[in-house]
Design a protein around this ligand. Structure first.
Ligand code: PMV
Length: 359
């Protein structure tokens, strides 16, 4: 695997202090990534909708210091110093050091906040790590202004991936593929690429309402979860199925075949959970209310001839997906019928977005 293009080629300018702020989104996978090998190489290709309203805003102050042997940084989350989050960032910086050696020349002060409630069960690693990656790339571009915008995003996604696989899909939007696939142009295991084929109108401005069924800490961290796919009895079939599903979904997105979209997306969600049900140790990540919601969605779809469907992350929350033209009716259904299954009746209205924004 050739990663040499991502090694920093050297500074052309001396920068003493700099501050950059980026807002980067969360994403929701339609074809799921579950299973990886070192260093953060996915076992299958995946595709996600980039979200718009669920995002992280991160500001990093860089101050030049004597060259360090380990990166020097402080971390503030939602206004408070968070030393407990530092090991994850330290590990990320360690993974990217050969590509971004300039991190040893600066003291970094990182200020981060999420638009969604903390511990809402919504994974913040994708938006959080992609935001740091974008700030680092802003510094890199100032050190070497020759970098073009395409390489900027590609390397940001490459770096974000080394922090959290799904973070590689949080740089651009509204649809991003990560993982090499023979039928998706330019796809790579090293970084995410925007889905480059023309998408049917029905899939534009797609809506995602996230029902907060369980806001607690994740029962299974994604590191543990991915590891469960090693020696999993169904692993090889699953990886093949995911790649086949991506190929099918690519055609569906282009043709506008929403019935098959619903079938494929729901099957992917349930398969992800089936992998955890059938691993050893085994986990049930859905809660009773997750199942109640799924049944309500199926009832509503059947009785209203609707195109509502659901997907799931590695947790109990439900992402309700539907086309923009059903927004009014489905919002009412969610408020009256589904919110009762959410903790404190809470849910987040979101839709597809275009990716990272410099602030
Ligand atoms: O990026 P990670 O390591 O947190 O893994 C994310 C895995 C899922 O969210 C369950 C699926 C996906 O493709 O995003």
């Amino acid at each position: 695997m050739n990663t040499s293009e991502f090694v920093f080629k050297g500074s052309k300018k001396n920068i003493e202090t700099a501050t950059y702020t980026w807002q980067t989104p969360s994403n929701i996978a339609l074809v799921k990534y579950w299973g990886k090998s070192e260093p953060q190489i996915p076992k299958n290709a995946s595709i996600s909708f980039t979200l718009n309203n669920c995002h992280t805003t991160t500001k990093i102050n860089f101050t030049k210091v004597e060259k360090q042997t380990t990166p020097l940084f402080d971390l503030f989350f939602e206004g408070k110093k968070k030393d407990e989050f530092k090991p994850k960032i330290a590990k990320f910086l360690d993974r990217i050091k050969e590509y971004c050696p300039y991190i040893f020349d600066y003291k970094m002060t990182i200020y981060s906040e999420n638009s969604f409630p903390h511990s809402s069960g919504i994974a913040s690693s994708a938006s959080g790590l992609s935001a740091i990656a974008m700030c680092l790339m802003s510094l890199e571009k100032e050190l070497n202004p020759d970098i073009n915008p395409a390489f900027f995003n590609k390397k940001a996604s490459f770096l974000a991936r080394l922090g959290s696989g799904s973070a590689s899909r949080s740089i651009e939007g509204p649809l991003v593929v990560w993982g090499e696939h023979p039928n998706i142009k330019e796809s790579s295991d090293l970084y995410g690429v925007p889905f480059s084929y023309e998408v049917a109108d029905i899939f534009k401005n797609y809506q995602d309402t996230i029902l907060l069924v369980d806001k607690g800490e994740k029962q299974v961290s994604s590191t543990v979860g991915h590891n469960l796919m090693h020696n999993h009895p169904y692993a090889e079939n699953r990886f093949k199925q995911a790649n086949d599903n991506l190929e099918k979904l690519s055609k569906i997105l282009q043709s506008g075949d929403i019935k098959n979209f619903i079938n494929l997306v729901e099957s992917e969600a349930l398969t992800l959970h089936a992998m955890m049900l059938t691993s050893n140790p085994y986990f049930i990540l859905m809660k009773p209310n997750t199942l109640q919601i799924i049944n309500e969605i199926w009832n509503y779809r059947a009785t209203n001839n609707s195109n509502i469907c659901f997907t799931l992350d590695a947790g109990a929350n439900v992402h309700v997906l539907y086309p923009h033209n059903e927004k009014e009716a489905i919002n009412q259904f969610i408020e009256t019928k589904l919110s009762v299954y959410c903790q404190k009746n809470q849910y987040i209205c979101d839709e597809t977005g275009s990716g990272a924004k410099a602030l």
